[in-house]
Design a binder for this molecule. Sequence first.
Ligand code: KG4
Ligand code: ZN
Length: 338
Amino acid sequence: MPRKDIILAIETSCDETATAVLSGGQELLSNIIASQIDVHKRFGGVVPEIASRHHLEQVNRLIDLAMLEARISFSDLSAIAVTYGPGLVGALLVGVSTAKALAYSLGLPLVGINHIEGHIFANWLVHEDIEFPLICLIVSGGHTALVLMKDYGKYELLGQTQDDAVGEAYDKVARAMGLGYPGGPVIDKLAHEGDPKAIHLPRAWLSKDSFDFSFSGLKTAVLNYLNNTAQKGEEINKENLAAAFQTSVVEVLIEKTIKAAHKSRIKTVLLAGGVAANSLLRTQLQERCDNEGLQLFYPPLKYCTDNAAMIASAGYYRFRQRDLAGWNLNAVPNLKLF
Ligand code: KG4
Ligand code: ZN
């Protein structure tokens, strides 16, 4: 039997230092994450300089841990994959320079990965049978986009946010409601106990056939609601507000995704990014896809938010296509995928 390709991956684009070892595309030998959320929480968001310092302190230890847990030696590796953008420049540089030094000293190929492609490839860690072409809804802290994917690495942008990313809207609304950072999981949890119809919030459909999104109007509507309620000296029902906000977001995301699939005559839908962890989005999109005869794939919760397993997965497919990076690989904070 031919030897399986084994990838060591490093992810340091934002506030998680992560490493993973993946064998043959689906056998995850280790997956280590050191989250900095507690460090940044008290500032209400990620502080770039602090993030870089923490990555620097953690990255070598996490590589050793990933290798130890995988029970392999460096000579067993086929390649090293690293996120080189988009993200915070100082944070990305820690991963990129570490990966370059390691790959060069071990004589291993280097694979540069776009973080968003990593989120998409989180799906391949657990699903072998994903067929192209497909429609991918990318919903993360920095991106919101509908993409037509015709093959590995082939992306066609159908629409994207004109202002805030959906995760960003969650985080800003949560901050205004005094719920802390990150906002997504807290709002998701609160929304379960609220009545989404108790407060009316707008839906940004934009023009009739548009696959673009906009979440800043919704965010402003929540801020206005908070101000008006405070001015009247009334109590805010946080559960109802969370439920109304979440329903407004999810409704638009789902309608546009289904419409994009039908318009392109595509039968497969993929969900990717941190907001793919959202419980309402997962259940309602699943329901709609079932009703519409579409097959939906989404990653398990643990692979939705930032991790290095997804970078290893994307790295595995890029390595198989021999799409390798040169020693001049650099951090690209605004790296584009489509
Ligand atoms: O994909 P990700 O790690 O960020 C980027 O790569 O940009 O996702 C982080 C985002 C945060 O904005 C967080 O609030 C959101 O994902 N998030 C959620 C949930 N879990 C995380 N949003 C809604 N519902 C959730 N359950
Ligand atoms: Zn991410």
